[in-house]
Design a protein around this ligand. Structure first.
Ligand code: ZN
Length: 285
């Protein structure tokens, strides 16, 4: 069962699989019905292959931006450890579920080095600074720590991220809130963590990350692997990871006889073994 926060004036967010205190996912049915994901992490870590860490490491969200969201950057684990009281940094990735024609995102910047980044920010040369790229549905973007990024209006995406809140706001289009104030910016921290120059690269793909040929690896990084799994009729996969988070993004069908459809999210725990999918389904795993 997932939390759904009604769209405010500019964004709707579904925290689909989360052990974050601001929106802890509740198990819908079965042995652990009614328990939170954070409870399972703490008391039934065997479900996750005894994976290490104080908190469930990932957060799966669906974000629907109706206005341009503020431009931000996240620190890496090392910076967050020192400067944010031992928090995790944040690596995230975006799978574009849908977008309006002509939609764009912001990923990266045009500063050649740290000095230039600092100058462009201080002088408010946002047009020169910001790297904006067109997007289409089914495209996938890896957002490494230190990458300037923003979701712009008219986009729905599925985000997989490290379970962290540490966000530095670089620029908010000089917008004024209803209260008459501008949102707080974090210029000092942003300048410290923005990686310059921005190096656009194709995400690493690790063909060895799973024995399942049916799953297309979209990215492999130290914090997560992400695959797309498309099923037409019937597909069997082997759960060979510590755990798998599955988000159904299209269609309907079943997994081992349980009905699933677009909008459902579930976890296949450690040593689950074979999972048989039937129907017409697209999933991000
Ligand atoms: Zn972000």
């Amino acid at each position: 069962e997932y939390h759904y926060q009604l769209p405010s004036d500019n964004v709707g967010e579904c925290w689909a699989v989360s052990a974050h205190p601001n929106g802890d996912t509740i198990v819908k049915d079965g042995t652990f019905a009614g328990k939170t994901l954070s409870y399972l992490w703490e008391h039934h870590n065997e479900l996750f292959g005894e994976a290490k860490g104080e908190v469930f490491p990932l957060l799966t969200k669906i974000i629907h931006a109706k206005k341009d969201l503020s431009i931000q950057v996240h620190p890496d684990d090392d910076y967050a450890m020192v400067n944010e009281g031992g928090s995790l940094g944040k690596t995230e990735c975006w799978y574009i579920l849908d977008c309006e024609p002509g939609a764009t995102i912001i990923i990266g910047h045009h500063g050649q080095n740290r000095g230039e980044v600092s100058e462009m920010i201080d002088e408010g040369r946002w047009e020169d600074f910001i790297r904006e790229v067109p997007i289409k549905p089914v495209e996938f973007f890896q957002i490494e720590p230190g990458t300037v990024h923003a979701i712009k209006a008219g986009t729905i995406l599925l985000e997989t991220q490290q379970n962290s809140d540490i966000t530095y706001r670089v620029y908010d289009y000089d917008r004024v809130e209803e209260s008459g104030d501008k949102r707080e910016l974090h210029i000092k921290q942003s300048k410290e963590v923005i990686v310059a120059p921005y190096i656009g690269r194709v995400p690493d793909v690790d063909k060895q990350a799973t024995c399942n040929e049916e799953m297309t690896n979209l990215v492999s990084c130290p914090f997560f692997h992400v695959w797309k799994l498309s099923v037409s009729n019937k597909t069997t996969i082997v759960q060979d990871q510590a755990f798998l988070i599955v988000s159904v993004i299209e269609g309907e069908g079943s997994v081992d006889g349980r009905a699933i459809r677009k909008g459902d999210h579930f976890i296949l725990p450690y040593e689950y073994g074979e999972a048989v999918f039937e129907g017409n389904l697209a999933m991000i795993v």
